[in-house]
Design a protein around this ligand. Structure first.
Ligand code: SF4
Length: 324
């Protein structure tokens, strides 16, 4: 691990100012950052500890909920309001990582966790995300755990978060304080960037921008499911996951919001997919047509070919259960 300066920030303004204009990283739970620093995949000059800024509250916010950036994944999953009104989020959190990791991992850190592409972690192999312009070792290499939606010729890395998939289905916004003190709010789709030819830039955040929390609006559907298919029953990343938020009225789908993990370079949601389902009576033919819309845009790379039929089956099962 390379030497770095450690600063324990006393308030958000001090944290933003310590991180602005330098090769700095914010530290809270550290469950991904410290691994990356030990491997020298990330080598910040300055680490700004934001774990004591009082950003860990989970508070009622009108008919929604505001979740502080340093609220832990364990506390969020166990919150009775989340379990009752946004159960898809609680289930997604409990499907991720291990109990020990969830006790340390935070909401903001979970949003910013890096891909688990093995080449990204192996500094002996070229990787555009780690070192721009170097090349992508995954293209033509091992691709079992790579993305099939939103990829580019420069990077096919998968977004690893379960929590962010549920947050996308719940129309969450991400709240940020910029280095100059201005507040910003981003829809999840706008917050994450597609890799394009700059895969090292994964979000819209600039140096010194601090995630202060996320806001969950009132749930738009009472039928919520998180289904995750993975290689083993716990402590494994998704091969395919689906977060579904559905409301039925008079036998028809009145609201459909589905987001997908294990498929995209960011937590994936397709507005055409949701639109196709909305207002329709559930049927096998409808679900298959929706899967065609979603997966017709997929590009697989050999090792991840299996994800297309797997996603189709998981999607059909989730929709059947949610619309019964
Ligand atoms: Fe790097 Fe992305 Fe290629 Fe993986 S897929 S080697 S993260 S550029």
């Amino acid at each position: 691990m390379r030497p770095f300066d450690y600063i324990r920030a006393e308030d958000p303004a001090a944290a933003r100012s310590a991180a602005a204009g330098s090769n700095a990283a914010f530290l809270s739970g550290g469950t991904n950052l410290l691994d990356l620093m030990k491997l020298e995949v990330m080598a910040p000059d300055t680490v700004v500890d934001i774990s004591r800024l009082g950003l860990d509250a989970i508070e009622d916010d009108g008919d929604g909920l505001r979740i502080g950036a340093t609220a832990t994944n364990s506390d969020l999953a166990a919150d009775m309001r989340v379990r009752k009104h946004w159960p898809v989020l609680s289930r997604a959190l409990l499907a991720g990582a291990s109990g020990q990791l969830r006790n340390k991992a935070t909401t903001g850190g979970n949003l910013l966790q890096r891909t688990r592409c093995p080449y990204f972690y192996d500094t002996d192999t070229p990787c555009n995300k780690r070192t721009p312009g170097e090349g992508c070792s995954a293209i033509g290499g091992e691709t079992r755990n790579h993305a099939i939606l939103g990829t580019s010729d420069h990077c096919i890395a998968l977004h690893p978060s379960d929590m962010a998939v549920a947050l996308r289905a719940l129309d969450t916004t991400v709240e940020v304080e910029a280095a100059d003190g201005t507040s910003k709010s981003y829809e999840m789709d706008d917050f994450y960037r597609l890799p394009g030819d700059t895969p090292h830039r994964e979000t819209v955040l600039e140096a010194g921008d601090l995630i202060t929390g996320v806001r969950l609006p009132a749930p738009k559907g009472d039928r919520q499911i998180y289904r995750k298919v993975r290689d083993r029953a716990s402590y494994a990343f998704a091969l395919v996951s689906v977060a579904a938020v559905i409301r039925m009225e008079n036998g028809r789908i009145a609201h459909a919001a589905l987001a997908f993990g294990g498929l995209g370079t960011k937590p994936w949601r397709d507005p055409d997919f949701d639109t196709l389902l909305t207002g329709e009576a559930p049927s096998r033919a409808l679900f298959d047509e929706a899967a065609d819309v979603l997966l017709g845009r997929a590009v697989s790379h050999g090792g991840d070919d299996f994800k297309i039929p797997m996603a189709r089956r998981v999607l059909r099962a989730v929709l059947e259960e949610a619309t019964q």
